[in-house]
Write a protein that binds this ligand. Structure first.
Ligand SMILES: Nc1nc2c(ncn2[C@@H]2O[C@H](COP(=O)(O)OP(=O)(O)OP(=O)(O)O)[C@@H](O)[C@H]2O)c(=O)[nH]1
Ligand SMILES: [Mg+2]
Length: 225
């Protein structure tokens, strides 16, 4: 609990046995429940998560967005902290973010990685992809994001009923921010965090996913005219 609010942590994981261990070691005491949505990992992700006290939901259908949606449905908290399970995001920063939310009466906060504090945390190719996609997102949706593809968000669970999602896959990361920014009933802000180098293998095919992300932005824009 934080300031009387129940906090749920949701992490999608596919073959992240090293990352999830490090994430779970860092889970702060104020987190009331930790949900790991496992994509049917072939390594020990699910066993490690369970042994370390997380609730494991297995969702074998592929999809980063789908995994998040399964986790959000199961979460019981007033506030959901969503973060990738590859040890790149600082879940401990959630307490500062919740303070910031209360102080500024915010409903949805996206953790922003830029400017990067640790240069080795992101490959140059991914950095360029993030900059280009964020720029296109900002132009198309008149937004002012510094990080359109961050994988850590802290939000009131009730905002989900105001959002409409088209994506079950990687585009979900940009889509959840677009939904938060466009919805006048959702107070949105970014909060700077320290992004760390990932443990384990990436699940992303950067070129394909980068191009899909850009097409998705135009598609979403057409549907939200
Ligand atoms: N359950 C589930 N989790 C997934 C799936 N695809 C990716 N993930 C998880 O989603 C998170 C984000 O994936 P990453 O591979 O880290 O993608 P990224 O952060 O854009 O790229 P990196 O630079 O490699 O970190 C990780 O915790 C993955 O294990 C999936 O189909 N199902
Ligand atoms: Mg990652």
């Amino acid at each position: 609990m934080l300031k009387g609010l129940k906090i749920s942590l949701v992490m999608p994981c596919l073959n992240e046995e090293s990352g999830i261990r490090k994430m779970l070691e860092q889970v702060p005491g104020f987190i009331d429940e930790t949900i790991v949505v496992d994509g049917g990992s072939r390594d020990k992700t699910a066993e490690i998560a369970q042994d370390m006290g997380a609730r494991v939901i297995v969702e074998r259908r592929r999809g980063y967005g789908l995994a998040h949606k399964r986790g959000f449905e199961a979460a019981q908290g007033d506030i959901i902290v969503a973060a990738d399970g590859d040890s790149t995001y600082p879940v401990g920063a959630a307490s500062e973010i919740v303070d910031y939310m209360i102080e500024r009466r915010l409903d949805f906060v996206s953790a922003a990685r830029f400017p990067l504090r640790q240069e080795t945390s992101m490959r140059y190719r991914n950095f360029i992809g993030n900059v280009v996609i964020t720029l296109i997102l900002n132009i198309l949706f008149k937004a002012k994001l510094t990080d359109g593809l961050s994988g850590m968000w802290v939000f009131k669970k009730n905002v989900l009923s105001k959002m409409k999602f088209l994506s079950d896959n990687w585009n979900f990361s940009e889509e959840i921010k677009i939904e938060a920014v466009l919805n006048t009933g959702i107070n949105f802000a970014e909060f700077p965090i320290v992004y760390a180098e990932r443990l384990g293998e990436t699940k992303l095919f950067p070129w394909t996913v980068g191009v899909e992300n850009i097409f998705f932005l135009f598609y979403k824009r057409l549907l939200t005219l």
